[in-house]
Design a protein around this ligand. Structure first.
Ligand SMILES: CC(C)(COP(=O)(O)OP(=O)(O)OC[C@H]1O[C@@H](n2cnc3c(N)ncnc32)[C@H](O)[C@@H]1OP(=O)(O)O)[C@@H](O)C(=O)NCCC(=O)NCCS
Length: 210
């Protein structure tokens, strides 16, 4: 999706940036992990296929992807962006007849960054982006039945379980975006700043604007 190609979102602990070609090698390394493949229900790809996937995530109008960066490392301009990467987050418009339905996916790929509140912060930021920029009115998430942490996180975020598919061994959770949800999202992302990603190359400058 082109809508976020120049968008940088700054949170308390994380920075979200568009998924670029420079991110692909690290992303490809992550996805060699059988644990991540299982937790995210992903198939391993060759590096070539991963580049194709990045192009499709960038160009297709039904996919919105951000790479998650650790803000602490990112704030040091001497650290390359690729080294700040800790995961990714997506909204997929899975129903061409209903573009207000957004399927969320999130991965904190680096295990040492899990359990620190980053997953929750990223999900809130992405949901706020989805509501404000993509006009999403219902969020959906499909999670493997074994993925207790992810199920716990989305339940904590007040997603409701709507179905369990024993064949695919996954549970579907949803959240309708009503006025109450909009207000909560606005409140818990009030610290979030949106910037031009192209300026983030001179990160010191961007940070001093805060
Ligand atoms: C699932 C995932 C996104 C959660 O992100 P995270 O940064 O680790 O989670 P947070 O620290 O923000 O915690 C959010 C909530 O998740 C739950 N949680 C986090 N760690 C947990 C653990 N070890 N055990 C049980 N619940 C846990 C809690 O409900 C927590 O809320 P609380 O701290 O207010 O109690 C992350 O662990 C991850 O990406 N795992 C690997 C890939 C994956 O499973 N992706 C999801 C595919 S659907």
């Amino acid at each position: 999706m082109k809508i976020n190609e120049n968008t940088l979102l700054e949170g308390h602990q994380v920075i979200l940036v568009p998924y670029n070609i420079e991110h692909v090698p690290r992303y490809h390394e992550w996805m060699k992990s059988t644990e991540l493949q299982q937790l995210t229900a992903s198939e391993p790809l060759t590096l070539e296929q991963e580049y194709d996937m990045q192009r499709s995530w960038r160009d297709d109008s039904d996919k919105c992807t951000f790479i998650i960066l650790d803000k602490r490392q990112w704030a040091d301009p001497s650290v390359e962006e690729e080294r700040c990467m800790i995961g990714d987050v997506n909204i997929f418009l899975t129903n061409p007849l209903d573009l207000s339905l957004g399927e969320l996916e999130i991965m904190i790929a680096e295990p040492t960054f899990r359990g620190k509140g980053m997953g929750k912060e990223v999900t809130h930021m992405m949901m706020q982006f989805g509501v404000a920029k993509l006009n999403i009115q219902k969020f959906q998430v499909k999670i493997g039945l074994d993925n207790e942490v992810s199920i716990a996180m989305f339940k904590k975020l007040e997603f409701q379980e709507v179905s369990v598919c024993q064949v695919f061994k996954e549970v579907t959770l949803e959240m309708m975006v009503d006025e109450c949800v909009r207000t909560k999202l606005l409140n818990c992302t009030s610290h979030m700043k949106e910037r031009d990603y192209r300026l983030s190359r001179s990160r010191g400058t961007v940070m001093s604007q805060t």
